[in-house]
Design a protein around this ligand. Structure first.
Ligand SMILES: Cc1ncc(C[n+]2csc(CCOP(=O)(O)OP(=O)(O)O)c2C)c(N)n1
Length: 535
């Protein structure tokens, strides 16, 4: 016999989960005890929203679902943004909340609102754990969270049920369905004929390709047929970005898109390899005519209507690309050096040869960090420039919020990733406003003893929004603020805090940070308007 809480904990452990994040309240103490007993460490954070991002960091590090715990009422209210992010950014997450027993709710109102009603629109499912169905429900939650496309599943656990012994406590174990390949038939034949005849094909890859682990297949197809690859920000690194065929990432920088959209539009074949346009700006809405030669491999049906494709296959990206090219003789497409010229134009559009400025910070940091470092980026002007300049050599090495594009994610993502990878150093690039949203989590970094290195672009502005405000010829309002002494805050919260105002200082401070056991904040001062004309 086991309690409901113990069954949930055992099934999560079975799914590979070793870390859970959150803030306890009386309603989840039984659950937290069960998680701990099962071998899932419970990590206290300062805000449930940040706890959600820490949990997401563990998924990127280990491939096991993220686990987030919140107590009744305010705990659940606080985690909404992180759960919405998991939904939009395709992150499998088990969201566990405590709730008052059903009978109690009839005569008791303190802290009570309908958790499920709040979370239903931003989760794949919201279930209330029922006495007698626990093993099935937790299995369903794990299976649903991992099934294509991955996302968050909410489990509301009534206090009394959590501690109730369950009959038949066998853990049900179902895994998501096996990856499917496109069905043979005329559509597949026609798609294959297009590949066989294409002279200027282009491939676009996104989050489905990332979640399908399609990097090798994409690289192989691109290389054998010399097909240039464009990725979303999330899919950076599926192919080494220093490969001559990899044109880097698109979607948020107007300057990059001005180069890459015409490439896609002038191609005679577009292959959408696990490309989900949820990460893309409006310029990527209907980028090609509805009858253009476009082959799409996606995890779910195209109900977004951001674009259309002549041949659509709902399948696993690896399996789709395999059958697409099976038996077709590889050859050199794109004769001449057109692709190299495009890559050159991109490099010239994002120069890094300044003495000091946002590009110099990115360039100097990249040079000072090991090639295999995992970095996170927050949301704002700094992130767009970073994603255009920074080269990734493998997948999931520049983590960021690209579907929801939320601020306040870089630091907690880095903390979660570090703790799940034996406290390896992880670098968080963040704007000053984004860091100010989650400053308390520096104390979490202290408590968890993770050697996270936070590089802050200190420009005392919501730069991305200030630029939009100016472009709209509106008055300056609500986008500037005073400078914060980040090094002093870092030291007060138990870490190291320094300033770097030159490439040399930044390199030296990164080298010192890589040697430390504690977290480090490196504040890099910039002028307001430092991003003007950059992307
Ligand atoms: C939670 C949240 N609130 C507001 C926004 C809108 N927003 C996008 S970028 C940005 C500015 C971020 O400023 P900062 O962190 O200083 O980065 P910078 O743009 O200066 O690089 C804002 C307010 C958002 N994306 N997420």
């Amino acid at each position: 016999m086991a309690t409901a809480a113990q069954i949930i904990a055992a099934r999560l452990h079975d799914a590979g989960c070793r870390h859970a994040f959150g803030i306890p309240g009386g309603e989840v103490l039984t659950l937290i005890d069960a998680l701990t007993q099962a071998g899932i460490a419970f990590h206290l954070c300062k805000h449930e929203n940040a706890g959600g991002f820490m949990a997401e960091g563990t998924w990127h590090a280990t491939g096991a679902p993220a686990v987030l715990v919140a107590t009744v009422g305010p705990g659940v209210a606080n985690l909404v943004n992180a759960v919405a992010n998991a939904r939009q950014d395709r992150v499998p997450m088990i969201v566990l909340s405590g709730r008052v027993d059903a009978a109690e709710v009839e005569t008791y109102t303190h802290q009570i609102f309908d958790h499920g009603a709040v979370l239903a629109p931003i989760t794949k499912a919201s279930l209330t754990i029922a006495d007698g169905a626990v093993a099935t429900q937790i299995d369903k939650a794990v299976m649903l969270a991992l099934a294509d496309q991955p996302g968050p599943v909410h489990l509301d656990l009534p206090i009394r049920v959590a501690a109730t012994q369950q009959n038949g406590d066998d853990i049900v174990r179902q895994m998501p369905p096996r990856p499917v390949a496109p069905a043979p038939g005329p559509d597949l034949d026609a798609a294959r004929a297009l590949l066989a005849g294409a002279r200027r094909p282009v491939m676009l890859a996104g989050v489905d390709a990332l979640n399908h682990g399609a990097g090798r297949e994409i690289t192989d197809l691109a290389t054998k047929f010399s097909i240039p690859l464009i990725t979303t920000y999330k899919a950076k690194g599926l192919m080494r970005e220093d490969d001559p065929l990899c044109l880097g990432a698109a979607g948020l920088s107007p300057k990059a898109d001005a180069i890459l959209l015409p490439v896609v539009q002038s191609a005679d074949l577009v292959i959408l390899a696990g490309y989900d346009p949820i990460e893309m700006r409006i310029g990527w809405k209907n980028p090609w005519p509805a009858d253009a030669d476009v082959i799409e491999f996606t995890a779910t049906a195209n109900t977004h209507y951001m674009h259309q494709a002549k041949y659509r296959f709902r399948c696993n990206t690896v399996a789709g690309l395999k059958v697409l090219r099976d038996g077709i003789r590889p050859r050199q497409c794109w004769p001449g050096n057109e692709v190299a010229a495009i890559k050159d134009r991109l490099a010239q559009t994002f120069p890094v040869d300044e003495g000091w400025g946002p590009a110099a910070i990115i360039d100097a940091a990249r040079a000072a960090l090991p090639d295999d470092i995992v970095a996170t980026a927050d949301t704002g002007a700094h992130r767009i420039l970073l994603s255009q300049i920074c080269k990734c050599f493998s997948p999931r090495t520049l983590l960021q919020s690209t579907g929801l594009c939320t601020m306040g994610i870089a630091l907690p993502l880095a903390i979660g990733h570090s703790i799940a990878s034996n406290r390896k150093p992880v670098v968080a690039f963040t704007g000053d406003a984004g860091l100010e949203m989650v400053l308390g989590e520096l104390a979490t970094a202290r408590d968890l003893k993770v050697p996270v290195i936070v590089i802050v672009f200190v420009d005392a502005a919501l730069a991305l929004i200030e630029m939009k405000q100016r472009a709209m010829q509106l008055g300056n309002a609500g986008v500037n603020f005073d400078r914060t002494d980040f090094p002093a805050i870092a030291r007060a919260l138990g870490g190291a805090g320094v300033c770097a105002g030159s490439r040399g200082e930044l390199a030296a401070e990164i080298a010192a940070a890589l040697e430390r056991d504690s977290f480090t904040v490196i504040a890099c001062p910039l002028d307001r308007r430092a991003y003007d004309g950059r992307f």
